[in-house]
Ligand binder design. Structure first.
Ligand SMILES: *Cc1c(COP(=O)(O)O)cnc(C)c1O
Length: 454
């Protein structure tokens, strides 16, 4: 075993195609029209998405070629580095070998530009003038703003009101890239006005902001919607992470027994894990995959796998996914990127097939893991990413107890430099764990769409 810390690939090794997980999984339950309940058609999505992305959303082809301009844009920061976590291993005294694939090297500090760049490219090609979207913690909004700047598209972002006021820097970043950022719910849309009429103090949610963005896209032929996670084509775009990681694990002469990622909408986890899962399905090469989610928003461990809307109002297609119910508003935990009621249908399907496991972890344990990671590896992780670190540490401790030298690979989906106020709250003992409120969850699950059980 070589004693290297960092595994780097040159630009020519940026993958030439995305891996579509649907190719190796059994046929999935189709997305359904929000009003008629019928399987959606490309025409249904045409009002909010360009043809190429719709084709990818519905595709079962294994490889989807990455267009040249997208690969060139990726080359600004890809291939991303893979690190061996020597410092963390020493701090834990574990025989496990721990690796992490670091996506914080992108211009906005997370994995999200991997799909933002692709979506901006296809929309530009289709003659679209403007993209509209929602953002919770701000990473998706700033990544789309960056991609819009790269391809000459206007970008408008509905940002969950509570984070808009609590986290000012993501908004500054979006505006620096030339995007417009509006707190949601807003008076600009029927969806926002209806919610404010009911509750003028509403602090917003990702589901509400999505309703506003989709409404705007439906109502304007030159404006399209761009999604930051959950959708099939987004997970597919993120597989550049796992494909590169496979080459880098080969360089390290090693291979993961366990692959771990935090799960909000499922895109960084899916992006890292699906290329490994695909290989397992095709060749039988074993790998365990673990999704790490917050106990306060336990979509995979306590939600149900049924049809549900992606937004609060019910404008998006219904997806067969693990969900807490589209009206569920998670408590204001600091990992804003993990505060979503649903999760990618592809990830939900992999869990149902036993190709993945899921673990819920409380936020104070995650911040403890994040601080240990910062002190042993030098990178301050995004609060979302600390969930993956927590589970990786727990696996490494188990290896120590059982005297087994397993190889653990996790996705470090982003850095936490926009989240230092949250670290201060943790370090000064002000952070609390908020369990998921069972009553609210039951009420929300009672409001699933009527054809949810089909
Ligand atoms: C958005 C985000 C997540 C959660 O989204 P997924 O689609 O589940 O990957 C995780 N980590 C970071 C840093 C994010 O910005």
């Amino acid at each position: 075993m070589t004693e290297r810390t960092k595994y780097v690939l040159d630009e020519t090794r940026i993958p030439k195609s995305w891996y579509n997980p649907a190719a190796d999984l059994p046929a999935a339950a189709p997305a359904r029209h929000p009003v008629t309940g019928r399987p959606i058609t490309p025409d249904d999505l045409g009002a909010i998405m360009p043809r190429d992305l719709i084709a990818q959303e519905l595709s079962t082809e294994r490889e989807i070629e990455i267009p040249g301009p997208v690969r060139r844009a990726y080359a600004r920061w890809r291939p991303s580095p893979l690190f061996r976590a020597w410092g963390l291993e020493r701090a834990l005294g574990t025989p496990a070998r721990i690796y992490y694939k670091y996506e914080g090297v992108s211009p906005t500090g997370s994995h999200k530009p991997n799909t933002a760049i692709a979506q901006a490219f296809y929309n530009k090609e289709a003659g679209v003038a403007r993209l509209v979207t929602e953002t919770g913690a701000g990473q998706w909004g700033s990544s789309l703003a960056f991609a819009g700047a790269m391809f000459g598209l206007d970008v408008k972002v509905y940002m969950v009101k509570i984070t808009y006021h609590q986290k000012p820097y993501p908004k500054s970043l979006m505006e620096t890239y030339g995007a417009v950022c509006v707190p949601s719910p807003s008076q600009e849309t029927a969806a926002g006005r209806a919610i404010l009429a009911e509750d003028p103090e509403c602090s917003g949610s990702l589901g509400i902001a999505t309703s506003e963005a989709v409404e705007v896209a439906i109502g304007d032929s030159r404006t399209n919607y761009a999604g930051g996670s959950v959708l099939n084509h987004v997970v597919t775009h993120q597989t550049v992470i796992g494909q590169e990681a496979m080459l880098q694990m080969d360089m390290a002469n090693d291979w993961p027994d366990v692959v771990i990622g935090c799960a909000g909408g499922g895109s960084n986890l899916g992006g890292l894990a699906f290329p490994f899962i695909g290989e397992r399905l095709r060749t039988g090469r074993k790998v365990r995959v673990i999704a790490a989610e917050p106990t306060s928003c336990p979509t995979l461990t306590q939600g149900r796998r049924v049809y549900d809307y992606g937004d609060t109002v019910g404008l998006t297609p219904c997806l067969m996914m693990h969900t807490l119910g589209h009206s569920f508003v998670p408590p204001p935990l600091h990992a804003g990127g993990l505060r979503y009621h649903g999760i990618a249908p592809l990830v939900s399907q992999a869990l149902a097939l036993g190709l993945m496991e899921a673990v819920a972890v409380p936020q104070t344990d995650c911040f403890a893991a994040g601080v240990l990671f910062a002190r042993s590896e030098g990178i301050v992780p995004a609060p979302e990413s600390t969930h993956a670190i927590r589970v990786a540490i727990d696996e490494a401790k188990r290896c120590r107890e059982e005297g087994r030298a397993q190889t653990i690979l996790f996705a470090l989906s982003g850095h936490g430099l926009f989240d230092l106020p949250a670290y201060t709250r943790y370090l000064t003992g002000q952070l609390r764990d908020e369990p998921c409120d069972q009553d609210r969850l039951d009420r929300s699950l009672a409001k699933l769409p009527v054809f949810a059980e089909q």
